[in-house]
Design a binder for this molecule. Structure first.
Ligand code: HEC
Length: 197
């Protein structure tokens, strides 16, 4: 009796195993066969480049929303007009994010100033750059307060972006985020000049 119960049990185990093997083995290797919990390994979400019927253009990878600004970036959309320049003169403070900069960023500002500005504005910012000394360029002002009293961080930023008078725009040379570093350096030179007077 005992042995028969045991055999029955083993037979049941064998049947269950055979059944499982039967459903688990794929007959057609290109088909997944029967899947018990497909969501565990087959995600329900759309893949990045998969067509997505929820959108009219069916693009799964959505284009970025107009006006999106990358993190850490600075967007300055004031246009190159006298009004926008005047408005920049009214903003007396740095934007909060750029108020304090690291020594490394200050050095970077100095580096870019030396590349892009020094030929006209001079190492000290007194308006005696090489081009001025050689008589190739005239009318470059000193950054000192008595020469240009109203300068603000924002107006300096505006002038780097759009230029002013015969000074060309430097938007193509200096990245928006780096312009603040250059502005800090210009302000440093301005303080140095003011303190010497
Ligand atoms: C080719 C020569 C030249 C170069 C290069 C140049 N500038 Fe100027 N910059 C000028 C001249 C000329 C003016 C005077 C413009 C005016 O007021 O009409 C000026 C004016 C300025 C002013 C005063 C603007 C104001 O509001 O009165 C600032 C600030 C300034 N430049 C910053 C810079 C910085 C920063 C750079 C480098 C990114 C730079 N400049 C590159 C020629 C130059």
């Amino acid at each position: 009796m005992e042995i028969i119960t045991k055999m029955k049990f083993y037979f049941k185990v064998f049947l269950a195993a055979a059944l499982m093997i039967n459903v688990a083995c794929k007959r057609d290797p290109s088909q997944p066969g029967r899947e018990y919990m497909p969501n565990m390994y087959r995600v329900a979400s759309y893949k990045t480049y998969e067509p997505n019927p929820n959108f009219k253009d069916s693009l799964g990878a959505r284009p970025i929303v107009k006006g999106t600004i990358p993190r850490g970036y600075f967007a300055y959309d004031a246009s190159n007009t006298p009004e926008a320049y005047e408005a920049s003169l009214q903003v007396k403070e740095f934007p909060e994010r750029f108020k304090l900069i690291s020594e490394k960023d200050f050095e970077e500002g100095k580096r870019q100033y030396t590349i892009y500005c020094v030929v006209c504005h001079g190492e000290k910012g007194d308006g005696n750059g090489v081009l001025v000394e050689k008589g190739k360029f005239a009318g470059v002002p000193s950054y000192a307060s008595d020469s240009r009293p109203g300068l603000t961080p924002m107006s300096i930023y505006h002038v780097i972006t759009h230029g002013k008078g015969v000074m060309g725009a430097h938007a193509a040379q200096v990245l928006p985020i780096d312009r603040w570093k250059v502005v800090h350096y210009v302000q440093y030179l301005r303080n140095e000049l003011d303190n010497k007077n």
